[in-house]
Design a protein around this ligand. Structure first.
Ligand SMILES: C[S@@+](CC[C@H](N)C(=O)[O-])C[C@H]1O[C@@H](n2cnc3c(N)ncnc32)[C@H](O)[C@@H]1O
Length: 783
């Protein structure tokens, strides 16, 4: 042993037992062979990497001195303090390391012959302390840190056999440094142990901990034998680890000073109260005394932790369930059958109440009144063998009642409004009973019919009309209610329409969603081939001034495109009186004509005749009523046209009645002579009368009624745009009409401008004179 260099001596020292743990890091030497002994010492050093000189020297000396200590217990005062760096190494570890070290030593000894060291002369007896190497001499030796030199120091802590060196060092620093050494009582001012002690003290100061190294429980360093006999308190380490955090904390709190205690208490107070109560539990310390057992359901079976089965993976459909271990109870056959049985969930396929059977006796829930009224709706009574409407089921239990009452109800899905689909705009009471499937069928048939193309299949063609631009006419016959064509395009609300009309679209591109569909259906009567197809727009005019005259020629035409002018509604109270007045006047006129002319054939002369209404926006349709005076004039001068306008807007009911009574009294009827005109114009509900040169102005002037006689002849055509009077326009219309045989051709008449058939249609006194017409203004029409 004496011949060994320090390294060897170190290795061999390890076999001595007491100091063996000092060299637990020897194993690291095998991985990186040192270039010099100093290097090897630095590698083997536990010391701080930042201060190799300090760390390596003491170890070296420890080795040296511990060897000396075996023989001479005298100079232990310095070295053992550093030796205690290793005191926490467990007994087992120490033993293992010792064995390894011994082995290594043996190998080394066998592999390498003992080489004289530069630092420890081979001939120096080791058992003589006085012959040990000088510390000063050693300190003068250059010491290299390979890790630093090679640049690997930055890679962190080195490990030795899985042991974290830093951890060991930390433990050593905190727990096991001897008081005497750290106090520096018996160390030299420049000894490594003293430096180590200073370092620890500095660390404590830096941590601001009020520790006293004296109070720490340290091994008896002054009696190495005793220490050797009673090895390191293994239990201390164990107890540190196994103790709960509360114990640890309390120990530390008691160990630290006032400040530390406060800090600890502060940190403790941050823990919720519930957790604080659990501080002494294993769960809090995260110690698993009982492992958590997971049990899962897999393929209908509860898989316990004892089962040799992994939890089922997601979507592991192909994976067969592993066989259940014998120890687990077999599931009962009933339970197994439950899991095996295919579960057929009954899904609702439509609507909230779908899937339920309709009551067999639909009358059962109805009141007597409802039962009575259902007789009016035979279509609501389900027929025997008829399938219930599953496509558009009425609300269950209450649907029939709603249908009977004709109340609207909201379907769970959007459907086409009848108001849109109905060509006439009329909403049939059967609409609610017609399901969406009807529409679907209609559209399906239309698609079927038209997909091959061809005039007949398409069914309509575009034609140019005389006066209404382009229109369409039928290329085939259509049955009543049959779908004719689809009206494609975007269907928008009135508000949206207004918005768009008010807004200027630069590119005029409107998005067509096309969700609802709209089609044209034949009306109540069939359509013959070649017939022009018309329908009622019935939209509100965008402006009262832009009311368009309708030229459809239909007998029930309102005269304008869209609803009747609103002003008409305002004069509703005068409706009956005015009607009566007009009728009386007509009757009186007839009688007078018969008297004067004696024409027996004219008894049924009062016929409706359409005349062209004024085209100017301000022009209102007027009605000419034939008075006895005008008839007389007509009789006398057959070539003259007499028009009599009746204003219902300005009608003062009394005045109107009075005025109407005038022609009835025959004699006082205004006699309109040729070219004499009294014009009454209407504007915004107010009437103004303009007297024009007339042969008998006084006859018309006194009349305060709305009845105005307008006499015009064919020669009296004037430009309506001159705007002198509406009457002139009417005259113009009449003049135009004069040349148009309208009686036998209502459509032609329409083309000529006949706008208002029905109540306000012109009443033509054809027998008296084809040029005498009674024209009623729109207000009358409303009446
Ligand atoms: C949707 S468009 C129909 C196509 C239009 N005829 C064309 O040639 O462009 C509607 C317009 O046709 C004209 N129109 C259609 N039916 C009419 C009628 N019965 N009387 C007068 N004008 C009519 C009106 O000018 C109306 O604004």
């Amino acid at each position: 042993m004496a011949t060994l260099p320090p390294t060897r001596a170190m290795s061999s020292e390890s076999s001595l037992g007491g100091a063996a743990d000092t060299f637990s890091h020897v194993a690291s030497l095998s991985s990186t062979p040192p270039t010099t002994v100093a290097d090897s010492m630095s590698l083997a050093s536990d010391g701080c990497k930042n201060d190799i000189a300090i760390a390596s020297d003491p170890i070296d000396e420890i080795v040296h001195d511990s060897v000396e200590a075996q023989t001479t217990p005298e100079p232990l005062h310095l070295d053992i303090a550093v030796e205690t760096h290793k005191v926490i190494i467990t007994e087992e570890t120490r033993t293992e390391q010792q064995v390894e070290t011994d082995k290594e030593t043996t190998v080394d000894q066998s592999a390498e012959p003992a080489q004289p060291s530069d630092f420890a002369p081979a001939d120096t007896p080791t058992d003589t302390p006085s012959q040990g190497r000088s510390r000063r001499a050693r300190r003068s030796e250059p010491v290299y840190n390979i890790a630093k030199l090679s640049g690997t120091a930055i890679h962190g802590k080195r490990r030795s056999k899985g042991d974290i060196i830093n951890e060991r060092k930390r433990r050593t620093t905190l727990d096991t440094l001897p008081t005497g050494v750290l106090d520096g009582a018996d160390t030299g001012s420049d000894s490594p142990a003293q430096k180590a002690g200073e370092m620890v003290q500095d660390g404590i100061k830096a941590l601001d901990m009020q520790w006293s190294m004296k109070g720490l429980d340290t091994p008896d360093i002054k009696n190495p034998k005793k220490r050797a006999r009673s090895p390191e308190p293994v239990s201390r380490r164990i107890s540190t680890r196994s103790a709960g955090p509360a114990d640890n904390l309390m120990q530390k709190v008691s160990a630290i000073g006032k400040k530390g205690k406060k800090a600890m208490q502060r940190s403790l107070s941050n823990i919720p109260r519930e957790l604080r109560k659990l501080q002494d539990t294993n769960e809090f310390a995260k110690i698993d005394t009982k492992p958590v057992l997971y049990s899962t359901w897999a393929k209908g079976k509860l898989v316990g932790p004892d089962d040799d089965q992994e939890p089922p993976k997601k979507k592991a459909k192909t994976e067969e369930p592993k066989p259940v271990p014998q120890k687990e109870a077999e599931p009962t056959p009933e339970a197994a059958s439950i899991f095996k049985r295919k579960q057929n969930k009954k899904w609702l396929d439509r609507g909230l109440y779908s899937g339920q059977e309709a009551p067999l006796d639909i009358f059962k829930s109805l009141t007597p009144a409802e039962r009575k009224s259902i007789a009016d709706f035979p279509e609501l009574v389900p027929k025997v063998g008829e399938k219930p409407n599953s496509t558009l089921p009425a609300p269950m239990f209450n649907g029939l009642r709603l249908l009977i009452k004709g109340k609207d109800f909201k379907l769970p899905f959007d459907t086409v409004s009848w108001a849109v689909l109905e060509p006439t705009g009329r909403k049939p009471h059967t609409s609610k009973t017609i399901s969406r499937s009807v529409y679907n069928r209609a559209f399906a048939r239309l698609t079927e019919r038209t997909k091959k193309g061809g005039k007949f299949r398409v069914g309509v063609e575009v034609v140019k009309t005389d006066d209404r631009g382009y229109g369409i006419r039928a290329n085939r016959c259509f049955e009543p209610g049959q779908i004719i064509m689809e009206y494609t395009g975007e269907i928008i609300t009135e508000e949206e329409c207004d918005r768009r009309m008010n807004e200027k679209y630069k590119d005029n591109q409107w998005i067509v969603s096309g969700q609802p569909r709209m089609a044209l259906f034949a009306g109540d009567r069939p359509i013959m081939t070649g017939e022009e197809l018309t329908y009622d727009y019935n939209f509100d005019p965008f402006s009262a001034k832009n009311v368009q005259k309708c030229l459809c020629g239909s007998p029930n035409c309102r005269g304008v495109l869209g609803p009747r002018p609103k002003e008409v509604k305002e004069i509703k109270p005068a409706k009956q009186d005015l009607k009566k007045t007009v009728k009386d006047g007509v009757k009186a006129g007839k009688r007078k004509i018969q008297e004067l002319i004696g024409d027996k054939e004219d008894g049924n002369a009062a016929k409706k005749r359409k005349i062209k209404t004024p085209t100017a926006p301000s022009a209102k349709p007027v009605k000419r009523t034939g008075s006895s005076a005008s008839l007389k004039a007509a009789a006398n001068k057959a070539a003259k046209v007499v028009r009599k306008t009746v204003s219902t807007i300005s009608v003062n009911t009394k005045g109107g009645a009075k005025g109407a009574a005038a022609p009835a009294s025959s004699k006082k009827v205004t006699t309109v002579k040729r070219k004499s005109t009294v014009v009454k114009t209407y504007s915004k509900g107010k009437a103004s009368t303009t007297a024009r040169p007339s042969t008998s102005p006084k006859k018309s002037a006194p009349r305060k009624s709305s009845l105005t006689i307008v006499a015009a002849t064919g020669e009296e055509n004037q430009d309506p745009q001159e705007g002198v009077s509406t009457a002139k326009k009417l005259a113009l219309a009449g003049a135009k009409e004069k040349s148009t045989p309208t009686r036998n051709s209502p459509r032609k008449s329409a083309a000529a401008g006949v706008a208002s058939p029905t109540p306000r249609k012109g009443l033509e006194m054809a027998r008296v004179s084809p040029k005498i017409r009674l024209v009623q203004s729109p207000s009358k029409a409303a009446a």
